[in-house]
Write a new protein. Structure first.
Length: 278
């Protein structure tokens, strides 16, 4: 049972064409693409098989059995992948413009989509999230990206009147979305700040919503995701502290600069792909 449901978005806006849309074009990072290709190549092309007592007869296995009399698994059986969904949850607040954080994230996303071409076992989706500055309700704005051609929608602080960091509401949005999907599920959250909601007039934290309360709400949202068989993983860019560790529990890593997220995401995706093999 939830202790606090205030973070659940009552209103949200699905933004199709954010401000500044199309002004910045993503670039494919070729060295990074080769790294991602290594992750996904095992899901492309040839069918994966194991030796079995049923399936298609393997002549070489029959010969080996006749010689050794040790292994009667002389058939090949295809291993069918369960398939899975990965959501990259991207903080779209204004601070993501600093130190090329959003520019680098945009290129990483485009490179990942390029590497996933021909892979039908993994559905990849990007959700950029922002919160309202001036609305009385805790309004959530999201930009959904499902293909390479739409990566130029990843622009920080790109929706008028929005720019805070409602991480709890964003994770709640992801959970509701993923509850309709079968298979393995992973949410990777990239953020450069603590969860933040602002007062409608002063643009300060509301009295009733302290920073610690917002961390508690985000922690609850990620825990609810885990209870719905969603694996959350958090990356804090130059932001750490006990609050972030509490939100993501053991699945959190802090980096000093945005470039360090490449290896982290590649490793996490490698682990995720392994869960799709059986």
């Amino acid at each position: 049972m939830r202790k606090n449901t205030k973070y659940h978005y009552q209103n949200y806006t699905l933004v199709k064409n954010p401000d500044q849309y199309g002004l910045v074009q993503p670039k494919i990072n070729e060295p990074l693409k080769r790294k991602f290709d290594q992750v996904f190549n095992q899901l492309k092309g040839k069918k994966r098989t194991i030796r079995s007592t049923t399936g298609n007869l393997n002549v070489r296995s029959v010969i080996d059995f006749e010689i050794s009399k040790r292994n009667d698994r002389v058939f090949d059986r295809e291993i069918k992948s369960k398939g899975g969904t990965v959501i990259l949850l991207v903080d779209g607040s204004g601070s993501m413009r600093y130190h090329n954080r959003m520019n680098h994230t945009r290129d990483l996303v485009a490179t990942l989509y390029k590497s996933l071409e021909g892979v039908n076992k993994v559905h990849f989706k990007v959700i950029m999230y922002l919160g309202s500055f001036y609305k009385k309700d805790q309004h959530l704005a999201v930009v959904e990206i499902d293909r390479l051609e739409d990566c130029n929608k990843l622009v920080e602080d790109s929706i008028d009147g929005f720019g805070s960091t409602p991480t709890a509401s964003a994770m709640d949005y992801c959970t509701k979305l993923l509850n309709r999907i079968q298979g393995q599920k992973l949410v990777i959250c990239i953020t450069d700040g603590q969860p933040a909601l602002y007062d409608t007039t002063t643009r300060n934290y509301p009295v009733s919503e302290s920073k610690s309360q917002q961390v508690d709400q985000a922690t609850e949202a990620f825990l609810e995701g885990e209870n719905n068989k969603i694996r959350p993983f958090g990356i804090g860019v130059n932001v750490g502290g006990e609050g972030m560790k509490k939100m993501f529990r053991r699945s959190f890593v802090e980096v000093k600069n945005i470039e360090q997220i490449e290896n982290l995401i590649a490793r996490r995706l490698t682990e995720f792909v392994k869960t799709l093999k059986i």
